[in-house]
Write a protein that binds this ligand. Sequence first.
Ligand code: ATP
Length: 953
Amino acid sequence: MSQRVLPASAPITWHSLSASDALANVKSVEAGLSQEEAARRLQEVGPNVIQRAKGDSALKLLFRQINDPLIYVLLASAALAVAMGEAIDGAVVLAVVVLNTAIGFVQELRASKAIEALSGMVPQSATVVRGGARSAIPAADVVPGDVVVLEAGDKVPADARLLSVKNLAVDESALTGESVPSDKHTQPVAEDSGVGDRKNLVFGGTLVTRGTATAVVVATGGATELGRISSMLHEATEIETPLTRSMAKVGRVLTIAIVAVALLIVGIALLRGYPPVDAMLAGISLAVAAIPEGLPAIITISLAIGVQRMARRRAVIRKLPAVETLGSTAVICSDKTGTLTRNEMTVRALWTPATPTTPATSATPDSGGAAGEALEVTGVGYAPEGEVRRDGAPVGELPEAARALLRAGLLCNDARMTREGDTRGIEGDPTEGALVVAAQKLGVDVEETRRAYPRLDAVPFSSERQMMATLHEAPGGERVIFMKGAPEAVLGATTIGEAERAEVMAQVERMAAQGMRVLAAASRPFSDVAGAASLDEAHLTEGFALLGLEGMIDPPRPEAIDAIKACHEAGITVKMITGDHLATARAIGEQLGLVQGGARAMNGTELSRLSDEELRGAAAGTHVFARVAPEHKLRLVKALQADGKVVAMTGDGVNDAPALKQADIGVAMGITGTAVSKESADVVLTDDNFASIRAAVEEGRRVYDNLVKALAFVLPTNLGEALILLVAVMIFPIAGGVPLMPITAVQILWVNLVATVALSLPLAFEAMEKDVMSRPPRDPREPILSRFVLVRTAIVALLMTAGAIGVFLYEYFTEVRGGVVSDVAYREAQTAAVTTVVLFQIFYVINCRSLRDSLLTIGLFSNPWIYVGIGGLLALQLCFVYVPFMHTLFGSAPLPLDAWVKSTLVAMSILPVMSVERWWRLRRARRSAEGERQDAAPGVGGVAGAMPSGGGA
Ligand code: ATP
């Protein structure tokens, strides 16, 4: 067939070309480009990445900073001050608003950049055929002309013309918004077809939901359909979580309350005979005092720091709310293979039937009690050595039945052995790799056998079907189907009778009880399938001869064992979910320490028989779920959530997406996971390791703790300042028409913004609490403004009010000369009051570093940022007190040394008070924990106190 190559200038409508024309036009062949040519093209067209349009996101961020009711109140206050002729006050309020907005903006911008960068940390790879051989490469290296291989779960790396398809369906919602997967074929379509109708093209960024295909890439990067509309893409980098949302709500309520109290204070002041301007100023001061200006920035930064730490510990957050939710995780449902185990499969046992339904085998009829032959394979991993033993003694010659079994396992298989220098490895599915290695190890020549039995067609493995089959041409010329998979799935298609079947299953149980994954293999001739040219499901239902069983071990990850123990201590239940056999699952579950002794384990079939109600009851007490299909996972998540638990669920397959979306925290595997699963997940593990989930939970708890600390630090200051004003307006004398004020509006702003921000930001870096993983998970419904925060706020605010007012009154009245006080002395008294508040905060922040432990326990210097904050603040406060320019701005005055000493002594009163508060709170927590311990589940150790993250004070 002659090929139509179009002139280079014309835009090519790839969908209207035949597959071979498309190949010719992109100067490629079915065997793919050569490595050199691919490298050259990469140079020429650049990497296959889409530059995301940055758009107006920075502007939007800025707007979000300003669009805050609290800021409006401040702006109104500034305007009011200016209108009343207090230009300096107005200017300072304005300057502070600008500064605050700037700090918030810069921090949030940095945070959102950090979060944006995370998306680049989830590896994207593509399978291409180059120089006739398949290999996995980074998706960014795909070039036009590359032949890509697609299978269910993949993300299409670039726009490509389909060359061959099998049952292919693609979810193109990223491009067309159409959520129903589109079926694909290879026939040319009309030139004027819309994107959604170009059934012979696949588009970069879309997801393969079913089937397999090969396709030749015609456009990459910005030249793809998705690249062209990239300005419309919205990657979710919003810095918004349930917490920030509920804080915003608190903020709105707070604003209304503050405005109301401010008006009230104006009223009281007027009634008491304040001049109107002073009354207004008092109202403004109160508004300024009570608004926690620095809080939004602190929350955002704490979350961003959490995200970065989690990424460092190999859990990449895709959706920000997960940072918070992770901290309250109560149940983790984890896949077994690869996450809890190493995914290093090694065949350790073979079993061949004694009475084969195929002709002639030399197996001995009786061995090991079963009427088949059980053989043991030695040697672990990819090591070339290994031998077969029968009852502990080496078998000289491999029996023909075992040879046939190994051959089937090798042929019905997509894995390849690799060798780089001295390291041997496997490319492909480790289960299949184990079969290849076993065959090679025991003397079946892999290359030779694969050449002798060329593959004609295949039905790929799927977790639902639990088996795969391949069609081969045998050396004699006849065709044969090999099938391998879970014994339950394979035996149904074989010709064995009931009695034999029971015997085989008994053998399967015996292997599985040792923690082995067991695969059965079978074969049948193809010739008796009339008229069929290629393999499909209909050929796989009957007539197969059983060849035997191969059992393989996959040892638990040692770090997973530790992590499970840590989770139990943290009151988190871990449940294992696996496609493996029940006995295998139970044995591995025991090795992992998931279940001791009489393990509760459940099969997928049993699970599907239960009603939702029954499942709820059963799920809670079952820790091992075997032969689970993806749809079972979804039901399981729902059942666990029905109990009000926060559930994390792992998944890697294309069909796990619904369960990952349903779970409070969907966790995908960065290495082995399909693109579809990553796309649906909240968290992606870059090392596929269960231990990283534990780490993420730990970080999540820390983030929440630190937020509580920041709140417990910030709020008392605001309440305290408001109280100071309230007391002053209500009872302070009005001397000669001038009301006495212990602290002015701009001075309050100074404390709120300079002191509070300098001291509370470092709290976000605070180290983990000692008990972070030895207390039960936080109740997700627990309000952030918990009893603990409220009690703290009240105690500290009262103390601060008393201290500051006391210092002010003392300084003021000792300066009374002949019934009057000089202006300087008045300002000095105010400056002493401000200094007292600042020193209070310095002593208090040290107290906020840990919610439970004393400073000595957590280590004096475990968070150096605190001291940076304190040092910086002291320097600024010295400026406030001594620099003339500050005197003009803030109405401050220089203090003598003894005033500092007095203020310091007063401020230190916070230390004993906090010690008593902590002692009292922990005692309460211990008491309520003792009450709870009675009904706590055994094995869930260390219910260390009902004071999770500031929960019950
Ligand atoms: P887990 O759920 O623990 O991560 P998994 O997802 O790997 O395990 P599946 O891949 O669904 O589990 O495997 C289920 C069963 O299917 C296995 O127990 C095995 O019997 C069979 N099986 C697994 N891989 C293959 C394969 N490549 N070919 C044929 N059968 C397989």
